[in-house]
Design a protein around this ligand. Structure first.
Ligand code: ADP
Length: 493
């Protein structure tokens, strides 16, 4: 009987289950949203039971749609929204809502810790201390949920990110992988262990921590009562790392960019830990006894700027319309748009920057704004890639996410980077990465070479812009960014 791989892609707003065949085609998808809880301004929670419920229903739906039996699943891979923090007891019962990566409740706590230990934390974890990562969220839970710390010290509390929670529910094993561990801000990415000094700084009892395993190995088997079959769970990686793997970005210098609401850019740096002040250093995966590292940069607003054209100032009806408009012009005619709606992320890190449109004349119309928006997405990506380039030679950019449907954007991206931009056939790259990791562990796929041959480009965009034009356009962008920076301070907003 033909066998398949089931990939669980647990995101921030929905849980998906996707079934892949041996050629890595998508057979079926199940997807359910789960509620977001906002108990106070700036606080974001998920109910772990609601995540589990959505995830389990997604699995059932995917199996039904594919018309296959659970026994035909050769292995399960897991990928997840990273950093989101859950505590539960040995029966699997959550002891509080999950604190989501977006939640800012520990911002002040982290500011204090950062002042004293910022450099130590960066050196050990590769991360710039922020409320975003799990450490301070876990400390908050231990300090604020009545009785939790006592229970934890007795060994009755299990902590994990969502991957760990799902794998615990599926198999009863308390494990995570290197890529997820590297986002907790408690894991030493060089020594590859939970770091005693960091555990002390955040006052975390070691008993709560999961075992850290490779990203591709059998962690356990699904409990029979769940699906009627004991299926190996054998792949795990954080979502952005899973994309890099799903894009077959196996060698140093491979870069992936995911263009959604914002953009996430990851560069494989191979076996070397590389540091940049303006980027995060993270573990891409642990595989066959080796760790692969990555540099990561995130841009807060990219696709969201297109949404703003549609829903905010309503100069377009749909996102694809931007392409048609942009193509009406030969050039941007000096109009730039810096969509710094919520400040600027990597590599600028200016929380006071605000959006700016500059270069407007009497002749400026909506086609200019559309073009400037798409160009901005490409410039913002170049800003990050350029920072990466100082640390690792960049080969090509592999892209995915909603906005990659825009051919103008892809062409301009290749031009402004002066690098090949490659769009894959399978757009479900996050789930595919977890599937590849799971399949490798059970010899469903034999080697990275086999996976490399499965991964197929749908379209390759080669740069065609001359150097003078590229330089001039990009200089204009840098000037526009300068003018957008610090604006909230100027106006006291
Ligand atoms: P997310 O996972 O963050 O919700 P998606 O990967 O679904 O994002 O991508 C959606 C984003 O891509 C939206 O912000 C949307 O504005 C943008 N987008 C979708 N299609 C296009 C297009 N043809 N041109 C430009 N932007 C697009």
């Amino acid at each position: 009987m033909e066998r398949f791989i089931l990939s669980l892609d647990e995101g921030t707003t929905s849980a998906r289950a996707i079934i892949f065949d041996r050629e890595s085609n998508v057979l079926s998808v199940g997807q359910y949203e789960f509620p977001q809880h906002y108990p106070k301004p700036g606080w974001v929670e998920h109910n772990p039971e609601e995540i589990w419920d959505a995830q389990f229903r997604a699995i059932k739906t995917a199996l039904e749609r594919a018309k296959i039996e659970p026994s035909q699943i050769a292995a399960i891979g897991v990928t997840n929204q990273r950093e989101t923090t859950i505590v539960w007891d040995r029966s699997g019962k959550p002891l509080h809502n999950a604190i989501v990566w977006q939640c800012r409740r520990t911002a002040e706590m982290v500011e204090k810790i950062k002042r004293e230990y910022g450099d130590v934390i960066k050196e050990k974890t590769g991360l710039v201390p922020d409320a975003y990562f799990s450490a301070s969220k876990l400390k908050w839970l231990l300090d604020n949920v009545p009785g939790l710390r006592e229970k934890a010290e007795k060994g009755d509390v299990l902590f994990g990110t969502v991957d760990t929670f799902l794998i615990y529910r599926l198999t009863g094993e308390h494990v995570t992988d290197y890529s997820n561990a590297s986002r907790t801000m408690l894991f030493n990415i060089r020594r590859l262990e939970w770091d005693d000094e960091l555990l002390e700084i955040f006052n975390i009892p070691e008993e709560v921590l999961p075992e850290v395993r490779e990203s591709s190995e059998v962690y356990g088997y699904t409990k029979r009562e769940l699906l009627g079959a004991e299926i190996p769970v054998s792949g795990n990686a954080g979502d952005q790392q899973a994309v890099l793997f799903g894009q077959a970005g196996f060698e140093a210098g491979m870069v992936k960019a995911t263009y959604g609401t914002g953009s996430f850019i990851l560069a494989n740096t191979g076996k070397t830990v590389r540091y940049s002040n303006n980027l995060l250093t993270t573990i891409a995966w642990g595989l066959n006894g080796k760790i692969t590292y990555a540099l990561e940069g995130s841009v807060f607003i990219t696709g969201a700027a297109v949404q703003w054209l549609r829903d905010g100032i309503r100069i377009i009806k749909s996102a694809p319309e931007t392409e048609e408009l942009a193509r009406k012009l030969e050039s941007n005619e000096g109009v730039y748009f810096v969509p710094a709606f919520v400040g600027l992320g990597a590599p600028y890190w200016d929380q006071f920057a605000r959006g700016l449109i500059i270069g407007i004349t009497r002749g400026t119309g909506r086609e200019h704004l559309a073009r400037a928006t798409l160009e901005a997405i490409a410039y913002l990506t170049r800003d990050v890639v350029e920072e990466m380039e100082r640390l690792v030679g960049i080969k090509e950019l592999r892209v995915d996410g909603g906005a990659t449907a825009n051919d103008f954007l892809m062409e301009f991206q290749a031009d402004i980077l002066n690098r090949r931009v490659v769009r894959p056939v399978v757009k479900e790259t996050t789930a595919l990465g977890a599937a590849y990791l799971a399949g490798l562990a059970v010899d469903y796929w034999e080697s990275l070479e086999e996976i490399r041959s499965l991964w197929k480009a749908e379209r390759v965009f080669e740069p065609t812009m001359d150097e003078e034009t590229r330089g001039r356009l990009y200089r204009g962008w840098k000037e526009a960014v300068k003018r957008a920076m610090g604006w909230a301070k100027v106006v006291g907003a």
